[in-house]
Design a protein around this ligand. Structure first.
Ligand code: G3H
Length: 481
């Protein structure tokens, strides 16, 4: 957003997960390139963000809330004009179906509009005064400084903007690195950043995270780290900051959400929600169901019906009508999924559905793996792909102990038609995770709901209002009467 740098350095070649036939066979289609910034350019961007913040005295952090809202509203109008271009880039870069790419775009715009409404509400309330013990105070929210913002490949636009926009609108200045897969789609939006915000307020850096982010963290000039991605990376980055106690971290991290299908479950419903929960966007959602505990009374029928439902799913190109299974963007993912499936097979499990786990270049057909047991990788590792591990249980303490021992703590789905059983399970389970879903899959939305997790799954809370709080501090101006 500062000066666009002319580029003569290294470039990264972007290969789509969508393959085309070449003389060498099926190959990922080349869809573009982007500049690979090095440490020097990242430092220039950091300096621009620091200068624009200017210790809280810059134009942006001192601007009135109403004016900042106006800038974001104009920005929103500009990016809506780019919708079709951005949607197609989401589809080509990460293989998301056209319909789901449109939904991602629309959800992002709705999120921005809801953020604006929520901030107007906060601003209206802060216009009033509170009087306590002879002190009159005006309570408001103030920015935190320079925010380093990184989103994930699976919602490159939406989950980047669900942190970037609240951070921005609260008066912080931004350094933003697009995800490795899901980068080109930001190009059509760069002009809108330039046109609507003062120089240096939003700075986009393209490059390899492991090359450019360490220097930024080590500088000690980042006030807030926000990352939707891996727990391991987040921990490493936090440690690089020289004054980690002064760093605020807003993180959405690894998850291994479980479904618990009790003896009293409506099986057809549990199967339907498991298909949605485990396989939407090929299982590449942090909220996906990644392990299914089924009571032994139902397990054979569950596995059979689940396999039959999966057989009905259509795979193909993301623009094709009715397709839900599409190519995977991460080149190493098919080999990883094969490894965890092979590991389970070598320890006594089977792939029970027809064509399960079959791979063709970037495509992997969903695999239902049963019976999964403790010693298998699929029991604890977050597969983040179209593999559904099924565990049979006899005593409800078994899945509860799984949650207690897990390093993850995002969400759980309980399937049961017995109200007293559900009521008895809620507390033991919600005290292990941050959201319990009754008779439905796990999910982040609606976006006004708090989105967080326990243990290694999150730090801080996001939602329309929570994000505004996360990227600001409650401050006050107090006068003695
Ligand atoms: O990948 C993590 C996302 O937060 C999932 O969002 O549940 O709306 O698909 P979603």
């Amino acid at each position: 957003n500062g000066d666009m740098l002319t580029w003569s350095g290294d470039v990264h070649t972007v290969l789509s997960p969508i393959c085309i036939k070449t003389a060498k066979g099926l190959e990922r289609k080349l869809i573009g390139t982007y500049p690979l910034c090095g440490e020097k350019e990242a430092q220039i961007a950091l300096d621009a963000a620091v200068a624009a913040y200017n210790n809280g005295r810059g134009e942006w952090p001192t601007m009135s809330v109403a004016q900042r809202i106006e800038c974001v509203e104009k920005f929103t109008r500009d990016i809506i004009a780019k919708k079709e271009e951005v949607v197609k880039l989401i589809m080509w870069e990460i293989g998301k179906t056209y319909g789901d790419s449109v939904k991602e775009f629309d959800r992002t715009i709705e999120y921005i509009n809801a953020t604006i409404d929520a901030l107007k509400d906060i601003d209206r309330k802060s216009a009033g005064f509170t009087i306590e013990q002879g002190i009159v105070a005006q309570i408001r929210r103030s920015p935190l400084g320079v925010v380093l913002c990184m989103g994930p490949f699976n919602y490159p636009l939406n989950e980047t903007f669900t942190t970037l926009i609240p951070a921005l609108i609260m008066g912080n200045t931004i350094l933003f690195k697009p995800p490795k897969h899901g980068t080109l789609l930001f190009y059509p939006l760069l002009q809108a950043f330039r046109d609507n915000f003062p120089k240096g307020v939003v700075n986009t850096i393209y490059g390899r995270g492991n090359k450019i982010i360490p220097g930024l963290m080590e500088s000690g000039k980042i006030n807030v780290l926000t990352l939707i991605g891996s727990s391991k990376v987040a921990n490493e980055l936090k440690k690089m900051h020289p004054k980690v106690n002064r760093l605020r971290a807003i993180l959405g991290l690894d998850a291994k959400n479980a479904a618990i299908v009790t003896a009293n479950a409506d099986l057809s419903l549990a199967v339907k929600e498991t298909v949605l929960g485990s396989l939407s966007f090929n299982g590449q959602r942090c909220t996906a169901l990644k392990i299914i505990f089924v009571h032994k009374k139902h397990v054979d029928r569950f596995v059979k019906e689940l396999s039959a439902e999966i057989a009905k799913l259509k795979y193909g190109m993301p623009w094709e009508e009715g397709v839900s299974l599409t190519p995977l963007p991460e080149p190493q993912k098919p080999a990883y999924l094969k490894d965890v499936i092979d590991d389970a097979i070598s320890k006594g499990a089977q792939v029970v559905n027809e064509n399960g786990g079959q791979t063709s270049e970037s495509f992997v057909f969903p695999a239902v793996v049963y019976p999964v047991t403790k010693e298998m990788k699929l029991y604890t590792e977050e597969q983040f792909g179209p593999v559904i591990p099924i565990v049979s249980f006899d005593d409800i303490e078994e899945p509860i102990n799984y949650l207690i021992e897990s390093t993850h703590g995002q969400q759980v789905s309980i399937f049961s038609d017995d109200h007293s059983e559900v009521a008895a399970l809620i507390d033991p389970i919600v005290n292990q995770v941050s959201r319990v879903n009754i008779n439905c899959q796990c999910q982040r939305g609606p976006d006004v709901f708090p989105f967080t997790g326990r243990k290694d799954s999150a730090e801080g809370t996001l939602s329309v209002v929570d994000a505004l709080r996360a990227f600001s501090i409650r401050s006050l101006v107090a006068t003695k009467l």
